[in-house]
Every structure is written in C-alpha cells, then in structure tokens.
Write a protein that binds this ligand. Structure first.
Ligand code: ATP
Ligand code: MG
Length: 376
C-alpha cells in the first residue's frame, strides 16, 4: 500500500509539470466560474497575463478577448462536458487552431468547479491541408492521365481530316469555307494545348535537360508575345544579358513557362501598359540566373496571391487556371524556383534557374551556341 503523502508528493509534481507544458494548456475554474489557475501555454496563445486573470470570472476574460461565440459557458458546471471542441484564434498574424476538452471537478459528490484543456493543433491542421492539397493534385493527375489520352486520339483524326478538307477546298478555291476550316483547326489546336497541359500536370514528361542560353529561349517566344501584346495595346521591353552563362533546361518546356507568364502579364493590363522581360544574374545565388517578368497591370490582392499557383484557380471567365500551376511544375522539375510579388502598380514573376555545370558548358562552347543580343 502506497502511503498517501508519497502519492500527494507525486501528484503535486505532476500537476506542476502539467501546468508548465507547452503543447497543452490548462484552465481551472471554481464553482463560480472564476479562474483558479491558467497555464503559461494559454496565456502565451491569447497574449495575456496570468496575474491579471486569476480570480476573474472566465466570461470577463472571454469578453476582453472579444471571443465570439464563447468557446464554452457555465453549463459546463452542470455537466455539459465536451471533447475536441475547436477554437480558432489569431494573434500577431499567427493563427492557432485549438482543441478544447472540458470536464467537471467534484468533491464528495458536489461540483466544485471545472477544468478545460487546450491543445494547439495548428501544426496538424497545416499537415492535413497539405495532404488534402496533394490528394487533390493526385486526383487531378489520375483524371488527366485517364482522359487526356482518349481525347487526343480522336483529335488527331479530326485534325487530319480537316487538313485534307482544307486542301480540297484550296483546290476548288473555296476561300470562305476554307476560313471556317481554319477556325476549326485553330480551335482544335487550343483543345490540344489544354490536353497537353493536363498531361503535364499528371506526370512530368521525360525532361531533356540540355545546356542552353536563356536568351535563346526568350527570343524564340518573343514574336508570339509581341503579337499578343499588340492586341492589348501593350509595349514589350526586352532586356537581354548575353554574358549570362548557359543554364541546364528543357527548351520547349521553358518556352511554355515564359509564354504563360507573358500571357498572364498581358491579360492583366486591360487598356494597355508595359511588359518588361529582363534577364539577370541571381542577386543572392551566384550559380543561378533570374528572369523577371514585370507588368504594369492590375496587381494581385493578397488573398488571391496565395492561390495563384493552385490548379484550376482563375479569376478569368475564360481561364482554366492551369497556366501557373503548369509553370510551377515545370520550373520545379527543372530544379528552379518561381516567385511572385505584386502591388497596385503591377506584378512581377521571377523565375530562377541554375547554370549548367562546367563540363556541359564546354560542350556548348564546342557546339557554338552563341547568340547576339536582341535590341530593346
Ligand atoms: N500578371 C498577373 N497579374 C495579375 N493577376 C495575375 C497575373 N498572373 C496571374 N494572375 C492571377 O492568377 C490567376 C491564375 O493564373 P493562371 O495562369 O494559372 O490561370 P489563368 O490565366 O486564369 O487561366 P489560363 O492560364 O489557364 O488561361 C489568374 O486568373 C489571375 O487572377
Ligand atoms: Mg494564365
């Protein structure tokens, strides 16, 4: 039989230690719902002082915090206990997701008070959110892989026959009908592009990483961007930096990245503006280059900014919301990074990519991969 004082001794130590735990908070209340004890963790989360709270009615504390609705009330004293009641709390831009358990304290069958345990589960929530997100991506990937192929096959057949028709119409000089076929073909091309983007999301295709100059990639897409810009009354300024060393990347995929970014920038400048495409060496990392794509468009609100890379997130009536998620996927697969910053004056996307290693650079020199700078 253990003697009582020993037991008390240990329970006291346990209580002290428990009250000091960082992950679990404790609030002890008396039969009048006044605070008897509040642990350091709860004070830290809610930004309050233990000494100011002890002996105060708990409702007063809630009011001071403007906690609405109240996480619990006096019914707890009458047996309305609870488990895993969730409570969100933001302080100094840090949001806490808390889980609360409430229990009654009794002595000789009489309710003497209650206690509430607080667990901070913010970290778990973030993890859950990440899992949900990657699950979503996986599902999209599965759907994409399953259907994209099936859509592509008939498309190829339609395209083939349309091209034959086009030729037949040319032979008969039926120019009006030819125009219709032309529209069908260009619309088909759009569907095809969409399907390709889908496939890209589902599985990264074999990436061919070869040493190439970023300027070469940009110069190849510049005519397309200039063409689009013309329609939107946008001026395009291109600042090449020919002395940049070659990077290791897949040219076709990179073209897709900058086309998407250019297209977005132009689409953000309703009524015109300036699109600046600038090559530079990375300001902080000597083994990287950066390409900046800046627009003088509408800018992106902070709550939208967090979502721009999400698949299917779009604010455009005709948008698919795949553009940026595909860009991000490609850049990450190439070992680079893509960042965005925005304010009312416009938006800047920065794509960073690594230089090719020394030996690959030699290879490029041997194959004469030089280029001349484009004029601004
Ligand atoms: N340069 C930019 N300026 C302002 N908003 C932008 C810019 N780039 C992207 N966005 C915002 O991010 C969203 C997502 O862009 P994303 O390219 O992924 O899809 P989208 O352009 O809407 O559609 P899609 O590219 O498939 O045609 C856009 O709808 C827009 O709200
Ligand atoms: Mg887009």
């Amino acid at each position: 039989m253990m003697d009582e004082s020993k037991q008390e001794f240990y329970i006291q130590q346990f209580a002290n230690r428990f009250l000091a735990l960082e992950g679990t908070g404790v609030l002890i209340l008396d039969s009048e719902f006044r605070i008897v004890e509040i642990s350091e963790m709860v004070c830290a989360v809610f930004g309050c002082n233990r000494a100011d709270l002890v002996d105060k009615p708990v409702e007063e504390w809630f009011e001071g915090l403007s906690l609405k609705p109240k996480p619990f009330d006096r019914s707890l004293l009458h047996g309305a206990t609870f488990r895993n009641r969730s409570l969100s709390w933001n302080r100094n831009k840090i949001s806490h997701e808390l889980m609360l358990d409430g229990e009654v304290l009794e002595f000789n069958g009489v309710t003497t008070g209650a206690f509430v345990l607080f667990r901070d589960v913010s970290h778990m929530m973030t993890l859950e959110e990440q899992i949900r997100r990657s699950d979503r991506l996986k599902t999209i990937g599965q759907i994409a892989a399953g259907t994209a192929h099936e859509i592509r096959n008939p498309l190829t057949a339609i395209k083939g026959f349309m091209q034959l028709l086009n030729k037949a119409l040319t032979d008969r000089s039926m120019s009006k009908e030819q125009k219709f076929v032309g529209i069908v073909l260009s619309e088909l091309e759009r569907v095809n592009e969409l399907v390709s983007e889908f496939l890209l999301l589902s599985k990264p295709k074999e990436i061919k990483r070869v040493p190439l100059r970023i300027g070469q990639v940009l110069q190849e897409i510049l005519p397309m961007i200039r063409n689009e810009a013309l329609m939107y009354n946008v001026t395009v300024l291109y600042y090449p930096k020919p002395e940049l060393l070659p990077i290791l990347a897949d040219k076709e995929l990179l073209k897709q990245v900058f086309l998407n970014l250019g297209k977005n920038a132009i689409e953000a400048m309703v009524g015109g503006g300036t699109l600046i495409i600038r090559e530079c060496s990375h300001p902080d990392e000597p083994n990287k280059i950066a390409v900046e794509i800046c627009d003088t468009g509408t800018g992106i609100e902070a709550d939208v900014l967090e979502k721009v890379f999400d698949p299917f997130f779009t604010t455009k009536s005709q948008g698919t919301g795949l553009g940026l998620s595909v860009c991000q996927r490609i850049v990450h697969d190439l070992g680079g990074s893509i960042e965005v910053s925005s304010d009312v004056e416009g938006t800047q996307f920065t794509v960073c990519l690594s230089y090719a290693s020394g030996e690959l650079e030699q290879e490029l020199k041997a194959s004469g991969g030089e280029r001349s700078p484009d004029d601004v």
